[in-house]
Design a binder for this molecule. Sequence first.
Ligand code: 5GP
Length: 116
Amino acid sequence: MAEETIFSKIIRKEIPSDIVYQDELVTAFRDINAQAPTHVLIVPNKIIPTVNDVTEADEAVLGRLFTVAAKIAEEEGIARNGYRLIINCNKDGGQEVYHLHMHILGGRRLGPMLAR
Ligand code: 5GP
């Protein structure tokens, strides 16, 4: 069994967070340390620690991350100008919370993809 993180408590609404979307597969909530005017995290409700742990059985939930990202981008008014989707994996990827999540960042010009 994969270990729980703070995100499981957010999904179960055991701790406060600004949830913008939830269904049977995924939950989306605002990042506590926003890096852009819109910074939302979309997470599978089931624990998948990293992209390395993804299997074919997860394809429906992973697809849902994208359809929900597009819906949230539209609702946030950033779809037309654009935005960035990021999934960090493990230490070199900068992953801090070991419950796979997609960042949606937008609302300003984000600049080059990687810090130099
Ligand atoms: P990572 O670096 O793992 O890709 O991103 C983890 C993200 O989770 C960070 O942007 C961080 O600000 C966010 N985060 C960590 N703990 C909490 C929390 O308790 N609530 C919310 N809303 N976001 C969190």
